[in-house]
Write a protein that binds this ligand. Structure first.
Ligand code: ATP
Ligand code: MG
Ligand code: MG
Ligand code: MG
Length: 469
């Protein structure tokens, strides 16, 4: 059984052996794409190479890329703690061909890695192909020897990747692992596919066309390959676990939290332990890459993640700031692979400590209000958006924190009255500030907020389309 660190190295070494340049992870704040909130896939740092704007000396690359999916198009924040396979921060292992090899070698390399190097039993694997991609279908049959019943044709956009409205695009093939019939869920494309039985581990994207205009697609002269495999998901499989949070890395973090809080990792507080472990990683890596908590943009996503974890720390009975006391455990687990964590250790601790110290001042009172105002609600009811706004505005509760707090009782939040309250507040503030000496600055500020839209703190739909594998 190998640990996460060995599984990562084995991936990088395998592709290095097959002629791939080992390229370091790029930062979580994309350098070449201001429209993208966070790096959310391995291909992000190579976007310009795929479009032909940039040339690389080496036509093959392999990476383990830090990714955050907590805003924009790919937002897995609400899944964390509830599914076995989603994190806000995760590592995406990927191999890339820039106009070099294509489908056949990509499938062969992937198949040999998982079945030979990693030794996964073939009977537990199945794959999907885009419904029109007969070539991939044939290659899986030939190379992997999979029966046709385990090569599933999918007609939806899940199996067709596009960088944006125009630009490189193409079909993809996903590899799934069957965790066993004692776990709920059906194969991809089936009615119960949302369960945790069949887990997508690896996505192979075949960049084959150039979308020049809606409806017009030309074949690329030199097709490319972009793949992404979640390190935590393959680690779960290799460690014989059915849940990402049961792998060595997460168990070490969860133990550290349990030691400080006395929570039982197998008891009712399991979800809180997971959320804290996940959010500790996301927050720490974001801070290490230069993001600091603030009230807008990237900094607000970080704040939302931190505060959400802080509410769960409160649920575990923590009476003092907790998050900052966990950083050493993360550095112990991941500092060797990501030295930026070691370098930023003090900054991460201080940022977490300060944020939690401040937030704790209003957290308890906010939670008391939340409890009181929701006490008469039952499953299926809606929590009043005005109160959610007061919690946001006066007590510093990001909307998703309130939603998370009500979720396991099956209660939603009335978003439209929340937005109305926000709009009214904004209009009032604008009126009272007009004429003050700060008017000019405020105009700029409101202009910015306006540009971001009415739901600037909620949606973050500023991300470019499909910046991911
Ligand atoms: P899913 O359907 O399970 O949400 P996805 O199709 O959104 O995954 P891709 O965009 O294809 O994922 O990303 C490539 C790989 O990255 C996935 O096959 C998976 O192994 C991993 N991955 C994606 N999102 C997450 C996440 N939130 N946490 C952990 N791993 C992830
Ligand atoms: Mg997803
Ligand atoms: Mg998927
Ligand atoms: Mg996928």
């Amino acid at each position: 059984m190998s640990g996460v660190n060995e599984i990562r190295s084995a991936f990088l070494n395998y592709f290095a052996k097959h002629g791939h340049e080992v390229v370091p992870s790029s930062p979580l704040v994309p350098r070449n794409d201001p429209t993208l909130m966070f790096t959310n896939a391995g291909m992000v740092q190579f976007k310009n190479v795929f479009t032909g704007v940039e040339k690389r000396a080496e036509p093959r690359a392999v990476t383990s890329q830090k990714c955050v999916r907590a805003g924009g198009k790919h937002n897995d924040l609400d899944n964390v703690g509830y599914t076995a396979r989603h994190h806000t921060f995760f590592e995406m292992l990927g191999n890339f061909s820039f106009g070099d090899y294509f489908k056949e070698l990509a499938i062969e390399l992937a198949w040999n890695l998982i079945t030979k190097e990693y030794g996964l039993p073939k009977e537990r694997l199945l794959v999907t192909v885009f419904s029109e991609d007969d070539e991939a279908f044939g290659l899986w049959k030939k190379i992997a020897g999979l029966p046709e019943s385990k090569i599933i044709r999918i007609p939806t956009s899940d199996n067709f990747w596009q960088m944006g409205d125009t630009g490189p695009c193409g079909p993809c093939s996903e590899i799934f692992f069957d965790h066993g019939d004692h776990i709920f869920g059906g194969p991809p494309g089936s009615l119960e596919e949302d369960g945790d039985r069949f887990i997508e581990i690896w996505n192979l994207v075949f960049m084959q066309f150039d979308q020049v205009a809606p409806g017009t697609r030309n074949p690329l002269p030199k097709p490319s390959i972009d793949t992404g495999m979640g390190l935590e998901r393959i680690a779960a499989v290799l460690q014989g676990k059915h849940d990402n949070y049961d792998i060595d890395l997460f168990q070490a973090l969860i133990r550290a939290i349990a030691d400080l809080t006395g929570a039982d990792p197998l008891g009712e507080q399991k979800a809180s332990l997971r959320v804290i472990a996940d959010h500790l990683r996301a927050s720490s890596f974001l801070i290490a890459d230069g993001v600091l908590p603030s009230n807008e943009g990237r900094g607000y996503v970080l704040r939302r993640i931190m505060r959400r974890a802080m509410r769960h720390a409160q649920l575990l009975g923590a009476r003092e700031p907790l998050m900052w006391r966990l950083v050493w455990a993360l550095v112990r687990e991941m500092g060797q692979a990501y030295p930026e964590l070691v370098r930023a250790e003090n900054l991460i601790e201080e940022t977490l400590r300060l944020e939690e110290t401040r937030f704790r001042k209003t957290l308890e009172r906010g939670l008391a209000i939340l409890d009181e105002k929701s006490s008469s609600l039952k499953k299926g009811d809606m929590f009043d958006g005005e109160t959610a706004f007061t919690l946001y505005d006066t007590y510093g509760f990001p909307l998703d924190l309130t939603q998370d707090a009500l979720r396991n009782r099956g209660i939603g939040v009335d978003i439209s009255s929340f937005t109305d309250a926000m709009d009214r507040q904004r209009a009032k503030a604008r009126a009272s500030w007009a004429g003050s000496g700060e008017a000019a600055t405020e105009t700029v500020w409101f202009g910015l907020r306006e540009k971001l839209g009415a739901t600037e703190f909620l949606g973050y739909e500023t991300e470019s389309a499909e910046g991911v594998v």
